[in-house]
Write a protein that binds this ligand. Structure first.
Ligand code: SF4
Length: 493
C-alpha cells in the first residue's frame, strides 16, 4: 500500500509508487503472475513515437471544476491541449443543461529568457491577473518540464498568493519529463485537491463519491434505491462540493487507473471507505462489485435482491447476443483499468479476444489490495489472454500486430487510435464513456454497439481501399516487438 502524505507538495510518480510499466509482451496470465511475484521489470523501447504527458491528465480533471481556474506555468506549446478540454467541458455543460461557457485556462507563456532569469514573477503576475479577470474560487498551477528544470519555487509563490488573494492557490506538480506513465497526472491533480481543497469532515453524509471522467450519471437510481446519493467528482463539481467529499459514506471508482490515488487518499486521510472490487464490468464483475458495495453501505440483503432481479432481466437477452456474436474475434486498445474492463465485457459476450495493446500496467493500486486487480479477475474468470501487450500508444507496434491478427472488430477507448483499424479495413468501435458499459445493463449496451459496428463493415472496407498507410512493407514484415527490449517474447499471433 502506498502511504499518502498530504504534507508533501508532490506525489511520487507511478513508476516508484506502484511499480508501473509501459513495455511488455506476452500473455495476461504471465503479466499477472510476474506482478504477483514482483518479478516484473519494465522493457524500454529503443525507438518510440510520441507519448502523453502528465500535465494533460492533470488538466483533464482540474479543467472541469466549475468555479476554479487553471494556470499552466509553461511555454505556450504545453497548452496545446486546452482546446480539447474546453470542447469536452462545453459539451459536458450542454449535456447537463448548463450554459456552455468557456473553461478558464491560462498559460504563463514561459519564454527563453525566463528559463535563464526565472519565471516566478511571470507566474505571480499571471495569478493576480487571472484572479482579477475571472474571480475563481480556487486557482490551480500546473507545472511543466521548463518550470521544473529551471527550478522555479512554485510552492513558495502559491503560499504567498493564497494569503494575498484569500482563496486556495494550489500547486500541481505534473512535469512531463518526470514519468513515462502519463496517468501520474491524475494523481498530481488529486493530490492537490486532497492537500489543499478537501476539509476534514464535520459529519457523515449519505453521499457516495463517484470518481469519474465526465460520463453519464448512471449511479443515481442504484444509490437512491439503497438510500444514498451519488456525488460525481471531479468534473462538473464546485470547490465547495469538493471541500466536503471527506464526509461521504464511500467512494466508487469508474476506472481504477483514474481514481487509484484519490480513492486511497480519501480512505487513508479521512476514513472514507473505497469500494475495492474491480469496477462492475461483465456479469461476474458486477456481481462482485455490487456485493462489495452492499457490504460497505450495509445493504447486503437489498443488493442480493437487485442481483437476482437483474440476472432474471439480463441473462435471456445476453444469451441472444452471445448467439449472434459466436465465433467473432476482437482486439482491444485502451488504458489499463478500462482495457481490463473491456476484456471482461467481450469475454462475457463470448467473443474471442485475440490480444490487447494496453497503455501501461500498474503492478498494484494505491490501496495495496490484490482484490482490486482487474486483470487477475479477467484471467481467473475467463481464462488467459494471448498477445497481451503493454504499449503506450505506439502506433507502429499496434499496426504491425493488427495486420497479423486481423480481428473481426477492434475496440478502442481513445480517439486517434481507431484510425489504424479503419485503415486496415477492420471495423472499429470507439466508446469513450466508461459508464455506458458499466453494470448489468452495460453488457447489453456494449453488445448492441458491437453488432451495429459489425453490420457496417462496408464503410471501413471502402475506407481501406482509398487510404494509404504511413508504415512500409519492410516494417509490417518485422516482428512487432523488434524495438522492445527485455520482455518475454512469446509469439502466438
Ligand atoms: S510539460 Fe513537458 S512533456 Fe508535457 S507538454 Fe510540456 S514540454 Fe511536453
Amino acid at each position: 500500500m502506498s502511504k499518502v502524505n498530504i504534507k508533501a507538495p508532490e506525489v511520487q510518480v507511478r513508476e516508484k509508487r506502484l511499480g508501473s510499466i509501459t513495455g511488455f509482451e506476452g500473455t495476461a496470465k504471465e503479466l499477472v503472475e510476474r506482478g504477483r511475484c514482483r518479478k516484473l521489470k519494465d522493457s524500454s523501447r529503443n525507438f518510440s513515437q510520441c507519448i502523453g504527458c502528465s500535465s494533460g491528465q492533470a488538466l483533464c480533471q482540474l479543467a472541469m471544476i466549475k468555479d476554479a481556474a487553471v494556470i499552466n506555468h509553461a511555454p505556450v506549446g504545453c497548452s496545446g491541449d486546452f482546446f480539447c478540454f474546453n470542447f469536452v467541458y462545453r459539451v459536458g455543460q450542454m449535456d447537463r443543461d448548463l450554459p456552455a461557457i468557456n473553461g478558464r485556462y491560462f498559460s504563463t507563456n514561459l519564454e527563453e529568457k525566463d528559463t535563464i532569469f526565472g519565471g516566478i514573477k511571470k507566474l505571480e503576475d499571471t495569478i493576480r491577473e487571472v484572479y482579477k479577470r475571472v474571480k475563481p474560487n480556487a486557482i490551480f498551477i500546473t507545472t511543466s518540464c521548463a518550470s521544473g528544470i529551471i527550478g522555479d519555487d512554485v510552492e513558495g509563490s502559491v503560499t504567498k498568493l493564497s494569503e494575498e488573494l484569500s482563496i486556495p492557490v494550489v500547486s500541481c506538480f505534473c512535469e512531463g519529463f518526470k514519468s513515462k506513465i502519463w496517468t501520474t497526472g491524475f494523481d498530481s491533480a488529486y493530490h492537490s485537491i486532497v492537500r489543499k481543497i478537501v476539509k476534514p469532515p464535520n459529519q457523515k453524509s449519505n453521499k457516495v463519491n463517484i470518481i469519474n471522467f465526465w460520463g453519464s450519471h448512471i449511479f443515481d437510481d442504484l444509490l437512491n434505491e439503497l438510500g444514498y446519493e451519488a456525488k460525481y467528482i471531479v468534473p462538473f463539481s464546485t470547490i465547495n462540493e469538493l471541500e466536503n467529499i471527506s464526509e461521504s459514506a464511500a467512494t466508487i471508482q469508474i476506472c481504477t487507473t483514474l481514481g487509484t490515488y484519490l480513492g486511497a487518499a480519501l480512505e487513508q486521510v479521512y476514513g472514507v471507505p473505497e469500494i475495492k472490487s474491480p469496477p462492475a464490468y461483465g456479469i461476474a464483475g458486477t456481481d462482485n462489485w455490487i456485493r462489495e458495495l452492499g457490504r460497505v453501505l450495509d445493504r447486503k440483503q437489498q443488493v442480493e435482491e437487485i442481483i437476482e432481479e437483474e440476472h432474471e432481466r439480463v441473462m435471456p437477452k445476453l444469451e441472444e447476443y452471445r448467439e449472434k456474436l459466436k465465433g467473432k474475434t476482437a482486439y482491444i486498445t485502451a488504458g489499463a483499468a478500462h482495457g481490463h474492463a473491456i476484456i471482461a465485457l467481450l469475454r462475457e459476450l463470448g467473443l474471442d479476444v485475440q490480444g490487447a495493446a494496453i497503455f501501461h500496467h500498474d503492478l498494484v493500486y494505491d490501496n495495496g489490495d490484490s482484490a482490486s486487480d482487474a486483470l487477475a479477475h479477467d484471467v481467473r474468470t475467463y481464462g488467459d489472454i494471448k498477445n497481451y501487450n503493454v504499449c503506450n500508444k505506439q502506433a507502429y507496434e499496434l499496426v504491425n500486430i493488427l495486420n497479423r491478427v486481423r480481428p473481426d472488430i477492434m475496440i478502442a477507448r481513445h480517439g486517434g487510435m481507431t484510425i489504424w483499424g479503419a485503415k486496415l479495413g477492420i471495423p472499429t468501435l470507439l466508446i469513450g464513456d466508461e459508464q455506458f458499459s458499466f453494470g448489468y445493463q452495460g453488457v447489453l449496451n456494449y453488445a448492441k454497439r458491437i453488432l451495429e459496428t459489425l453490420d457496417n463493415k462496408e464503410f471501413v472496407t471502402n475506407l481501406a481501399k482509398h487510404s494509404s498507410m504511413p508504415y512500409t512493407k519492410w516494417w509490417l514484415e518485422q516482428e512487432p516487438f523488434t524495438f522492445l527490449g527485455g520482455g518475454a517474447h512469446v509469439k502466438n499471433y
